[in-house]
Ligand binder design. Structure first.
Ligand SMILES: Cc1cc2nc3c(=O)[nH]c(=O)nc-3n(C[C@H](O)[C@H](O)[C@H](O)COP(=O)(O)OP(=O)(O)OC[C@H]3O[C@@H](n4cnc5c(N)ncnc54)[C@H](O)[C@@H]3O)c2cc1C
Length: 406
């Protein structure tokens, strides 16, 4: 059994969703392959429900397009809104940045709707197993469903698995990272219910259980906090240890407050690894590249940890070395060290997803390799949609046409 598409996107996290939306809206037939039945990846199944900022922390928005559309969708069927006044020049009493906290379930409902409206062919409960290779070219993927093995073929495949699964199996050189133990979940507490009732507003019911490292320290301090991704054994140990720590927390809390005053509502159904495996691309975004300007940049993101630190995304960071027919989006693009922390988060994943979708559309229309798509053609397509591609588009010449302008 084989089916032919224009584009196959592996993984329906925010990166894969953005890639699928962009290429389907460009008129391509798109298969979005997701091993669970839930769109959103870590942002939904992983209960990471803070959509980090689209702005530079000094009042200027730097990331636009589907990254902004998804931020707004995350609150369509539930609470959350960006802080008022985020766009005013920031003072010591600053209003915050352009980000939101959302309900993961509400986000899932809105994501389904967007994908169906765009005409994306959803393959849920479908594992992308191995790439179909012809010499050094990815021509599609073999997938495993309840019906058995099937083959999906396309001129462009986008690896948005978060862990570069398809790229790695195609023979793309990859790098790995250790992880710190942390577990985020949703809980019910009487205290948050009291706040919600007194304000007559259910936003406070989104009470987060967050335990362990916060993941933004570039150095991992002690050996016992290092967790590697690998075979099922390692992932199982990581997940079970996180839930053990959660159990210890509630044992202590409930000994004081009782079982009904604070308890878990749901736990992540995806292992909460931040950085696992990434490709070594034609270019690598590296520590110190903040404010670095390049000719082939196709998008801009802000460092969520530091005000006033912005980073260009070069197209080459989404193109694997040595293997053709394949692009990579999301937390497994080619970004090293501290730069990986900048590009692994939700807004950057959505942006790189959209860039690969735009590049795929050009490649399919012209009948060329995605690696041979000129960055200037992607810049043209994205700027038409009101998206800055370079630092100069935002700070030097803020004259990007509004969406719809020719
Ligand atoms: C504890 C923790 C806290 C974080 N905090 C924040 C935060 O506050 N804000 C923020 O913006 N970011 C945060 N992040 C990072 C952020 O959540 C992710 O990096 C981002 O959501 C990654 O999106 P993605 O689409 O690249 O990958 P993922 O979300 O990992 O999506 C990959 C998708 O691919 C699917 N998949 C994988 N392999 C296959 C396969 N072989 N076949 C089919 N499907 C497959 C998965 O099921 C998943 O749906 C945090 C991460 C962690 C772990």
């Amino acid at each position: 059994m084989s089916e032919q598409y224009d584009v196959i996107v592996c993984g329906a996290g925010v990166a894969g969703i953005a890639a699928a939306l962009e290429s389907a809206r460009a008129g391509l037939s798109v298969a979005l392959v997701e091993k669970t039945i839930i769109p959103g990846g870590l942002a939904t199944s992983g209960l990471v429900y803070v959509y980090l900022p689209l702005c530079d922390g000094r009042g200027t928005q730097v990331t636009f397009g589907i990254a902004e559309e998804l931020l707004l969708l995350s609150t369509r069927y539930g609470p959350g809104k960006p802080p008022a006044g985020w766009e005013t020049p920031q003072t010591p009493e600053k209003a915050g940045r352009y980000q939101v906290t959302f309900s993961p379930a509400s986000f899932i409902l809105a994501l389904d709707e967007a994908l169906i409206d765009a005409g994306v062919h959803l393959w849920l409960d479908t594992l992308a197993c191995v790439p179909v290779m012809r010499d050094q070219r990815v021509c599609g993927v073999e997938v495993e469903t309840k019906a058995g093995r099937e083959t999906l073929l396309a001129p462009v495949t986008i690896d948005a698995t978060g862990d570069a699964d398809i790229a790695c199996r195609a023979g793309v050189p990859c790098a790995t990272s250790a992880n710190i133990m942390s577990i985020w979940a949703l809980q019910a507490t009487l205290a948050s219910a009291d706040v919600a009732a007194s304000k007559r507003d259910g936003t406070a019911l989104l009470s987060m259980f967050a335990h362990g490292g916060d993941g933004d320290d570039p150095e991992i301090e002690s050996e016992d906090r290092i967790w590697n991704i690998g075979a099922a054994k390692e992932i199982t140990a990581f997940v079970v240890e996180g839930r053990r720590q959660m159990r210890e927390h509630y044992k202590a809390v409930q000994a004081q407050a009782g079982r009904t005053n604070a308890y878990p509502i749901t736990v992540p159904s995806m292992a909460q690894y931040r950085m696992t495996r990434r490709i070594v691309g034609q270019e690598t975004i590296s520590p110190g590249h903040s404010w670095t300007r390049r000719s082939d940049s196709v998008g801009v993101v802000a460092d969520w940890r530091a005000d006033g630190s912005v980073w260009e995304i070069p197209y080459g960071a989404l193109i694997p070395k040595t293997i053709s027919g394949l692009l990579v989006a999301g937390r497994c693009i080619s970004a090293a060290g501290d730069a990986w922390h900048v590009t692994r988060v939700i807004p950057a994943a959505a942006l790189t997803g959209q860039i690969t979708g735009a590049a795929a559309a050009i490649a399919v229309r012209k009948g060329i390799e995605p690696a041979n798509v000129d960055a200037s053609a992607i810049q043209k397509a994205l700027r038409k949609k009101g998206m800055p591609c370079k630092i100069e588009d935002i700070y030097d010449a803020p004259s990007i046409p509004k969406p719809g302008a020719s």
